[in-house]
Write a protein that binds this ligand. Structure first.
Ligand code: ADP
Ligand code: MG
Length: 236
């Protein structure tokens, strides 16, 4: 199954409002955390057990808020010209320890001229590929391979970065929602990774395709416009 995406603004005005609420919630949470820790020092064993559950839950709420604020904050894009190959290599090196711990091997295959450049915000795109590989790792609880392929599109000035995993795959009903903010199938997921990825790729004039087979694995293909010396950025 396959899904092609339009560029949609994943975080709307409502999202901005949610961001300011998230920000406001942070202060009372800090005070909750402080008092929980204070109570811990005087509580008996039973009380300590309950308080540590409260503490864990507060930490979890903080994590969600931090990730949400990270995604929704207005970012100034710093566009530079850079080689996509180096960026992907950096991401793979960065993720290697986490992958190794789960018996996962990530290999990169370059089908394109190594000096091919794109114009974009390097940090934002780096986050895109980190999040995508993180999702691949999280889908492969039994280990396996992640194949990353960088190729050209024959008829268009785009580079295609595909990330293929051997994870549990995505059911059709789930596939329709994976880019929605806060949609997650994971017990401890935030559901913000793919909505951010979609936003960033859209802002770069790119596109995403997903194909998946349940029980076999998933492939995300990211298409990004190649930089050509004259125009700053190519649009579809
Ligand atoms: P999170 O990882 O916090 O759940 P994401 O936005 O990154 O949020 O992903 C949303 C959902 O998309 C995941 O919960 C999962 O169901 C699905 N998903 C994303 N990537 C993969 C993948 N490589 N394999 C299987 N499912 C995936
Ligand atoms: Mg994720």
């Amino acid at each position: 199954m396959k899904k092609r995406l339009d560029h949609t603004e994943s975080l709307s005005t409502l999202g901005q409002l949610a961001a300011s609420i998230a920000h406001e919630i942070r202060n009372p949470m800090t005070s909750l955390k402080g008092f929980t820790q204070l109570l811990f020092t005087t509580a008996n064993d039973e009380g300590k057990r309950y308080l540590s559950v409260i503490n864990d839950e507060i930490n979890r709420m903080e994590e969600i808020l931090t990730e949400f604020l990270e995604v929704s904050k207005p970012t100034t894009h710093i566009f530079t010209k850079f080689e996509i190959k180096n960026l992907i290599q950096e991401v793979v090196n960065f993720m290697a320890p986490q992958a190794l711990m789960q018996n996962i091997n990530a290999t990169i295959n370059f089908e394109v001229d190594h000096t091919r450049k794109i114009l974009g915000d390097r940090n934002l795109l780096k986050q895109v590929f980190i999040n995508s590989i993180k999702n691949a790792i999280e889908a492969m609880s039994h280990g396996g391979n992640i194949y990353i392929n960088i190729s050209d599109m024959r008829d268009k000035p785009y580079v295609c970065i595909s990330i293929e995993d051997q994870g549990y795959g995505i059911e059709e009903k789930v596939l329709e929602r994976i880019f929605d903010p806060f949609f997650t199938t994971k017990a401890y997921g935030t559901g913000l990774g793919l909505s951010h990825i979609n936003k960033v790729i859209g802002e770069h004039g790119g596109n995403i395709e997903v194909s998946s087979t349940v029980g076999k694995g998933t492939t995300f293909k990211f298409y990004l416009p190649l930089h050509n010396g004259n125009k700053p950025i190519l649009t579809i």
